[in-house]
Ligand binder design. Structure first.
Ligand code: SF4
Length: 195
């Protein structure tokens, strides 16, 4: 919902604090998640994430959440789905070039980031392109899984490793932006046309 997502940007500092606490909780739940099986949890958690973040941020479930680096303004609401912005077409008053009735998602992002702890620094970090194969999957579970796998060995020179190496700074704050952890089958939704 447009009004709610703009509210989240205006209160980005509060949303950030809340999310940091929430992230600590989901990471601490990793042993339970592992016992149940991440694959089994994927569907219900992704559904919950979609409902909650859909209401708060107009989340499009890209699966690689970068809200903490974009002032709590979801970049997937940009009609050009830019992961780094704004583009050169912002209209007078900060409105979108493609949808003139909408505030530019990236103008909002810079605005929200300026209120956040480290937001002004994070938004300057170049984000990797979206991996469409992860669309619809849970970024919450990905973060929990990734942090848990941080202590185990990760296969080198995979496609994931290459992207992760290229966007080290982005990964420091947003591990889900260029995921390294292996994905359960249910987390990968590679469209048929790409197979
Ligand atoms: S960045 Fe992706 S996961 Fe995060 S709110 Fe936007 S669409 Fe949803």
């Amino acid at each position: 919902m447009y009004a709610v997502r703009r509210f989240a940007v205006r209160h980005s500092r509060f949303v950030e604090r809340f999310y940091q606490s929430f992230e600590r909780v989901i990471i601490s739940l990793d042993p339970i998640f592992r016992r149940i099986g991440y694959g089994r949890l994927e569907k219900p958690v992704a559904f919950t994430e979609k409902v909650v973040k859909g209401f708060l941020f107009d989340c499009k479930m890209c699966g690689q959440c970068v809200l903490s680096s974009t002032g709590m303004s979801c970049p997937m609401n940009c009609p050009k789905t830019l992961r780094n912005g704004p583009c050169g077409g912002v209209r007078e008053g900060g409105f979108c070039e493609v949808k003139p009735e909408m505030r530019c998602v990236w103008v909002d992002a810079w605005d929200g980031a300026s209120r956040m702890n480290e937001g002004a620094e994070r938004i300057k970090i170049v984000q990797p392109p979206v991996d469409r194969a992860l669309e619809g999957s849970s970024a919450w579970l990905r973060v929990a899984r990734e942090k848990a796998e941080a202590h185990s060995s990760v296969p080198a020179n995979t496609g994931k490793q290459t992207i992760a190496d290229a966007f080290k700074r982005a990964r420091e704050f947003e591990p889900a932006s260029a995921p390294l952890a292996s994905e359960p089958k249910t987390a990968s939704t590679t469209p048929e046309r790409l197979k």
